[in-house]
Design a binder for this molecule. Structure first.
Ligand code: UDP
Length: 444
């Protein structure tokens, strides 16, 4: 039997980051690419700045992809062959986890022993892979869920499918196995403990950041010129993956209401929607255009395909208000980016948006999803935009990817120390669905 290696103490030299279902090289704002992709890119870059090499493993979705891509200095993307390249949906990926795991373990086996010091998995599918890699390499498993099925299922929008039981079970297993769970907010940490039985001592809150150089206030007129928007237009902005969960329909209803209340705004009001369908939104990709037509505001709504960050910053700067009416949001990077550009946000008072937006200071938080409440909130923001714009910049300035990376390094280091100090423990509790299944005898 090969000699058993143990986690190294001190700052890690190399991290295996797992992102099974979506690549950090994808353009966010469509399909499965969103905030998690941005998180992995930004955190990995900052870890590399701190002298920590990052290998990101992601599933190859095209035969054209080279096996290895240097994303930025010290950050390498490794494309893993697991299943057919094109045409596999996220819901089909559980069947590919064995192939994915085998490829990750084989990659590590080509290097000297102890090549990776930490495995950091993102989303539950990666957690399933990381759990095995952790056991095999005797290094800590750090897991960031990004979204949780039980939380999502509690806040389903009309037209959204509930997350399947297999995901719930898979998440419970990863929560039980991970050496550290990284939550975006205090609320997410509490949800992990309350809904998933996470050990509070292993659950840490690490807020995501925002790139304050890229998303910075700028010349609003210049941004509008670049986008072909008139100086006197009133611009309401939605940015994100288009799906019922994000509730862009609430913004369209609110805009229609605003025009009904104040018909004189008819020629000036513009709603800009940046992003493309995702999730259950893919089943009816024209739904939002149709809604705009049904509401009689098709001429006031402009749709833009997903935009790269530099261009997105212009959209935020050009907007009077960014609206984030999501039914659930584990954080809401869009809200933070808009505020960093000096644009106040009207957001639903759900999940991470309660942290990302400071009610009355950097924008307005709205309870529920009644469009009339969003109309009122937009009107309130337009009435004191200058003041809220200052508050928005100040609030966004509290977040940075450097701080995120420092906290991740601390989590990696303390998890490795625990691993060396404490005997390896079997998960302290069994996942509840396993306990609950009738007729199943659980071996102890
Ligand atoms: N995004 C982008 N281009 C787009 C739309 C979105 O780059 O056209 C990025 C946006 O900058 C943000 C991320 O996608 O960083 C969305 O993250 P958020 O947390 O708001 O939502 P999620 O996708 O995680 O649900």
């Amino acid at each position: 039997m090969p000699a058993r290696r143990f986690a190294r103490s001190g700052t890690p030299r190399r991290v295996a980051t797992l992102s099974v279902h979506t690549s950090p090289l994808d353009q966010p704002g469509a399909g499965d690419a969103g905030g998690m992709n941005v998180y992995i890119v930004e955190a990995s870059r900052r870890l590399a700045d701190r002298g920590i090499e990052v290998d990101i493993f992601t599933r190859a979705t095209s035969s054209d992809l080279p096996p290895v891509v240097e994303m930025s200095p010290g950050v390498t993307v490794r494309h893993v062959s697991a299943g057919p390249f094109e045409g596999l949906g996220k819901e089909e990926l559980p069947a590919q986890l064995c192939a994915f795991t085998a490829a990750v373990l084989r990659e590590e086996a080509q290097h000297e022993p102890g090549y990776y010091d930490v495995v950091h998995s993102h989303y539950w599918l990666s957690g399933q892979v990381g759990w095995l890699a952790r056991d095999r390499w005797s290094v800590p498993l750090i897991h960031t869920a990004h979204t949780l099925a039980k939380v999502k299922n509690e806040a389903l929008a009309d037209g959204d499918r509930p997350e399947p039981r297999a995901r719930v079970i898979g998440e419970e297993q990863v929560v039980a196995e991970a050496d550290r769970l990284i939550a975006n907010t205090d609320e997410e940490a509490r949800q992990l403990v309350r809904l998933y039985g996470a050990d509070p001592a292993r659950t840490l809150v690490v807020p995501p950041g925002v790139d304050l150089d890229r998303f910075a206030p700028g010349d609003r007129r210049a941004a509008r010129r670049a986008l072909g928007i008139a100086d006197d237009a009133i611009v309401l902005l939605f940015v994100g993956r288009i799906q019922p969960l994000k509730a862009p329909d609430v913004l369209l209803h609110a805009a229609a209401q605003l025009l009904a209340d104040e018909p004189t705004l008819r020629d000036r009001l513009e709603v800009h929607v940046v992003g493309a369908p995702s999730g259950s939104g893919l089943e009816a990709p024209q739904q939002l255009d149709k809604l705009a037509a049904d509401l009689g505001i098709a001429d006031r709504v402009v749709f833009h395909p997903p935009q790269p960050p530099e261009r997105l910053a212009d959209h935020y700067r050009a907007a009077d208000v960014t609206v984030v009416p999501s039914h659930n949001e584990s954080f809401g990077l869009v809200a933070l980016e808009a505020q960093a550009c000096g644009t106040p946000v009207v957001a639903a008072a759900v999940g991470g948006l309660r942290t990302a937006v400071r009610d009355g200071v950097s924008g307005v938080l709205v309870d529920g999803h009644d469009p009339r409440d969003y109309t009122a909130a937009v009107r309130a923001v337009l009435g004191r935009r200058e003041l809220l714009s200052h508050g928005a910049r100040r609030h966004a300035g509290l977040f940075s990817w450097d701080r995120t990376a420092d906290a991740l390094v601390a989590a990696y280091t303390s998890a490795a120390e625990d691993m060396n100090r404490l005997p390896r423990q079997v998960p302290h509790r069994l996942p509840s669905p396993l306990r609950a299944l009738p007729g199943v005898q659980v071996a102890r």
